[in-house]
Write a protein that binds this ligand. Structure first.
Ligand SMILES: C[S@@+](CC[C@H](N)C(=O)[O-])C[C@H]1O[C@@H](n2cnc3c(N)ncnc32)[C@H](O)[C@@H]1O
Ligand SMILES: [Zn+2]
Length: 280
């Protein structure tokens, strides 16, 4: 719930500490942000960002796909990365940026019983799910590319799973020796479905830019690869397509025809790396 993480949040207007009071997040000088009926708070500033994030349909497809268990080994890899370096009863303060449905954050919080977590996403449809994802998770709408509504140096872990990585902000909000855990797909991830998913190769310059933003401020302290074959039904593939950006690019008829042409069970590879960067 939001009350579990309010002490970690900052006012997006003035960066002061905030409190949760009668259904609103408030700072000392009176900036106020209503908590939505569904339990999340939007701490966006200005006239809304450039990004709307995932639509309600994309989030629903993602929830169904993740609920099928096909990506459980990926969630376990992220949870393992957090749990392995942590004191079992330490006060873990975690934030997932671009948390989507909150499935990964929930798995992490299950693995660290003393932990609590902020699930941040620019999509309000995501935030609605995150608010229900775990009793120790609070849901916040904010743009990963802006100054995040989180106090300086208060977090033990920042997670980025198939989501935007803002190394500057991760550095600011993490405490010293805190961890940035990044899950990145390899070139083989869902490779069998490249055309259907309209996947774009990871931009090499983007990887370089992240490396440059990290250098001197983080050191890579752990690196785990997770790769395994999946056997996906037409329904699984339909959900996978629906949760990605290709849902915006292909006509529904084209998607349906391509899926109908697949075998009943398609072999598809899951392949990612989970890297832990320790803040210096
Ligand atoms: C590919 S999904 C990954 C979701 C989740 N981590 C998972 O793996 O299931 C990317 C998520 O990042 C969110 N997102 C995209 N741009 C964002 C931004 N600028 N700030 C915050 N979240 C953003 C989307 O709304 C979406 O929920
Ligand atoms: Zn304020």
């Amino acid at each position: 719930m939001l009350s579990d993480v309010t002490d970690l949040l900052a006012c997006p207007q003035c960066q002061a500490r905030v409190e949760l009071d009668e259904g609103a997040i408030l700072c000392d000088i009176g900036h106020s942000f209503d908590v939505a009926r569904q339990g999340y708070v939007s701490l966006m500033t200005g006239a809304g960002g450039k990004f709307d994030g995932d639509s309600t349909e994309m989030i629903a497809a993602r929830a169904d796909f993740l609920g099928s268990g096909r990506f459980d080994p990926l969630m376990d890899a992220v949870a393992g990365a957090v749990a392995s370096g942590a004191e079992p009863d330490g006060d873990l303060r975690i934030m997932e940026i671009g948390a989507g449905t909150g499935h990964y954050l929930a798995r992490v919080l299950d693995a660290v019983p003393s932990g609590r977590g902020i699930g941040l996403d620019v999509s309000k449809y995501a935030a609605r799910r995150i608010a229900r994802a775990h009793p120790r998770a609070g849901a916040v709408v904010a743009d990963a590319w802006q100054h995040l509504p989180v106090r300086d140096h208060v977090l033990s872990h920042v997670l980025c799973v198939f989501a935007p990585r803002n190394a500057d902000e991760a550095h600011r909000v993490l405490s010293q020796r805190g961890s940035l855990v990044v899950l990145t797909p390899t070139d083989r991830h869902l490779g069998e479905l490249v055309e259907l998913l309209g996947m774009v190769r990871v931009d090499d310059r983007k990887v370089e830019r992240l490396g440059a933003a990290m250098s001197g401020r983080f050191e890579r302290t752990a690196h785990v690869a997770a790769e395994y074959p999946m056997s996906l039904s037409h329904l699984d593939v339909t959900r996978l397509v629906g949760m990605g950006p290709s849902a915006r690019h292909l006509t529904p008829d084209r998607v349906a025809a391509s899926i109908a042409a697949l075998p009943q069970q398609s072999p598809v590879t899951a392949s990612v790396t989970v890297a832990t960067y320790t803040r210096l």
